[in-house]
Design a protein around this ligand. Structure first.
Ligand SMILES: [Zn+2]
Length: 226
């Protein structure tokens, strides 16, 4: 399960990972906390842009063979509190992911920072059997952080995932978004994330790769020999 503040982050920074898991026989779901509607360009009303983002996300996840869930928090105002953490906890208990990928905390974007914090608490709540919700508890076994140009402060990848089998499909899925080719702003997402996959591939010996950072807790290994 990928959990992103905005659908674009979900597809561009976590979509290839979802696609690879699906391609390897697993399943993948993208949970976005907002529609990312406030990224609307001047000539498109915010509400209409939000619906364009929803349609793009549905099409993209259908192409990748996964599902999408979008919560209704307002873009730029995603709150970090018990309500939002429990809402994400409920989705985790419902979807039962083994692995979660989300934003790294070293971000200049407050929605991304809040998403990072929400996911931490949501995983804790989802696992807490004595916390009564509609569904029984569920334990997420691994948590990774995605390689995002907006979340780059102290991002130190330690895991490289070969995405060659899904690279073209993932690029096509990203292209459903108006922002992908820089149509709505200055940033050329397609050039950045397309070539980032090449660069990460160079470092890991794959043609294309995604770099992930493990949560610090899962870096502690208990071994009797190495
Ligand atoms: Zn974002």
């Amino acid at each position: 399960m990928a959990i992103a503040a905005h659908p674009g982050d979900g597809l561009f920074t976590m979509g290839a990972t979802l696609a690879r898991q699906i391609e390897s026989g697993g399943s993948g779901v993208l949970l976005s906390l907002s529609l990312g509607e406030k990224g609307a360009p001047k000539n498109i009303p915010v509400k209409q842009y939000g619906e364009m983002q929803r349609t793009a996300t549905e099409k993209a996840m259908r192409l990748l063979g996964g599902d999408s869930i979008i919560l209704s928090y307002p873009d730029a105002e995603i709150p970090f509190n018990d309500e939002s953490s429990k809402a994400v906890c409920d989705v985790i208990r419902e979807q039962k992911p083994d692995i979660v990928v989300t934003h790294w905390s070293g971000s200049w974007h407050k929605d991304h920072q809040n998403c990072h914090l929400i996911v931490h608490d949501a995983i804790f709540y989802a696992d807490l059997a004595t916390l009564e919700r509609k569904r029984p508890s569920h334990t997420v076994s691994k948590l990774y952080y995605a390689d995002n140009w907006e979340d780059a402060t102290n991002f130190q990848p330690d895991t490289y995932l070969d995405i060659e089998p899904v690279y073209e499909k993932w690029m096509k899925a990203c292209d459903f978004y108006p922002m992908w080719r820089g149509q709505t702003g200055f940033f050329r997402y397609n050039d950045y994330y397309g070539s980032l996959a090449v660069m990460r591939g160079c470092l890991s010996g794959f043609k294309y790769a995604v770099a992930l950072m493990s949560d610090s807790e899962q870096r502690m290994r208990k071994a009797q020999s190495l």
